[in-house]
Design a protein around this ligand. Structure first.
Ligand SMILES: [Zn+2]
Length: 411
């Protein structure tokens, strides 16, 4: 796991190089640490003036000026319209923010059999999207590589501005050091595929990969519903389950990108056999597959295509069996959330995936079971929120991976 510098004076690096001294290694390191802190604050908080940045980092205005000016000169940052400096008078503050016209970023979400891609601006705007399907059961992963390259060429046409790089969010276990997909249980052909080096060679761009829910969490944190929230869990709940955890401002990542496999945490010692071959994983009781199977067992209409959305519609029609299933589904989802809260207490759980279409009835039922399941604490019960429908968190997070790599940020 990584650590990050905290905003505020306590952790600030020495401010200014002493007069007459040479820019030695220690000063360069301190200046670099302050530069990273400034960029991190802009993504975490939004546009800030030099004065705001000085206050939040605990270094002088002069140092802030020496950090931001080169980035303004090379077009990474731009100065916004002057803001009133209020009753105190003085020079109006001009907020600094990333340039919309900066180099675009390629963002990809690779799922079993399906690819979504986008061009994203440095301020987190989706500029263009593309997508397609491939045969997940094909003998090797070449169909997936071809489709990723094709989708990226459609959103980042050759001849346009050179992209900063490509970030790929993978629905499977990843080795972030080598850029390899370790295992994708729903698309075995992708297991062992060195996706990042293969795509990088074809496009001539740096390519970084990460675990899908972790990219989603970065998208929530920098461009989405959790901007400015220091600790939260970004859950993905659909036919697979995963989590990206942000604790004290840092997206948690084990060695070489391990972790986040919350779907395979055991919730029933003698439970059903999971896709992964183990028994009683959370995925055996809280995915869409479980929902379809249980709907069939309870004789609900349309069980084969049952979704959280259809289930709440059936509840609305007054079917008692649907109401019971909704409550059981919510309880089974709550079990994993309760375990996470007891262990790391992220406090806020932002839920993405098919579950969101279940609407307020499902959200409220999950929250009720979570509140009943966690041990009481003065910090209060966790907050359960659903992601918005127009959710681009994963693609924006994939772009965020590239930004953090190229700007040297902690993510
Ligand atoms: Zn499992």
């Amino acid at each position: 796991m990584q650590t990050s510098p905290k905003p505020g004076g306590a952790g600030a690096a020495p401010a200014v190089r002493p007069k007459g001294s040479s820019p030695g290694v220690a000063w360069v390191t301190a200046n670099e640490a302050n530069r990273v802190r400034v960029l991190q604050l802009l993504y975490d908080v939004g546009p800030l003036s030099r004065a705001d940045l000085a206050k939040l980092t605990g270094v002088t205005r002069t140092t802030i000026g020496s950090i931001v000016q080169p980035m303004i000169d090379n077009g990474v940052l731009v100065e916004g319209a002057p803001r009133s400096s209020g009753a105190v008078g003085g020079k109006p503050a001009r907020p600094l923010w990333f340039s919309r016209d900066g180099q675009p970023i390629g963002a990809v979400h690779l799922m079993p059999g399906r690819v979504q891609a986008a061009a994203v601006s440095p301020v987190g705007e989706v500029l263009a999207t593309s997508g397609g399907v491939f045969r997940a059961e094909a003998a090797n992963g070449s169909a997936a590589v071809d489709l990723v390259v094709d989708c990226l060429r459609r959103v980042l046409p050759p001849g346009g501005r050179r992209p900063l790089g490509v970030g790929v969010a993978i629905g499977g276990m990843v080795d972030t050091d080598s850029g390899t997909i370790v295992e994708a249980s729903l698309a075995p052909a992708l297991s062992g595929l060195p996706l990042a080096p293969l795509v990088s060679r074809r496009l001539g761009l740096p390519v970084h990969i990460d675990h899908h829910p972790r990219a989603q969490a970065l998208g929530d944190r920098w461009f989405g519903q959790a901007r400015g929230v220091r600790s939260f869990a970004s859950l993905y709940l659909a036919d697979v389950l995963g989590v990206g955890l942000v604790l004290d401002g840092v997206v948690q990542r084990g060695r070489s990108g391990a972790g986040g496999e919350i779907g395979h945490s055991v919730v029933a010692l003698d439970g059903d056999v999971c896709n992964c071959g183990r028994r009683g994983c959370w995925e055996t009781v809280a995915t869409g597959r479980w929902l379809r199977r249980e709907a069939a067992r309870r004789g609900l209409p349309g069980a084969d295509g049952m979704t959280p959305s259809r289930l709440t519609a059936l509840v609305g029609e007054g079917r008692p069996a649907a109401g019971e299933l909704l409550d059981r589904y919510a309880r089974n989802i709550a079990v994993g959330i309760v375990n996470l809260q007891h262990t790391l207490a992220p406090g806020l759980f932002l839920l993405h995936g098919d579950v969101v279409a279940g609407g307020e009835a499902l959200r409220e039922a999950i929250e009720r079971h979570v509140t009943a399941g966690v041990l009481p604490h003065p910090g209060g019960p966790p907050d359960i929120r659903f992601a918005r429908d127009d959710d681009h968190a994963t693609l924006l997070g994939a772009a965020g991976i590239v930004l953090s790599q190229s700007l040297g940020l902690v993510r």
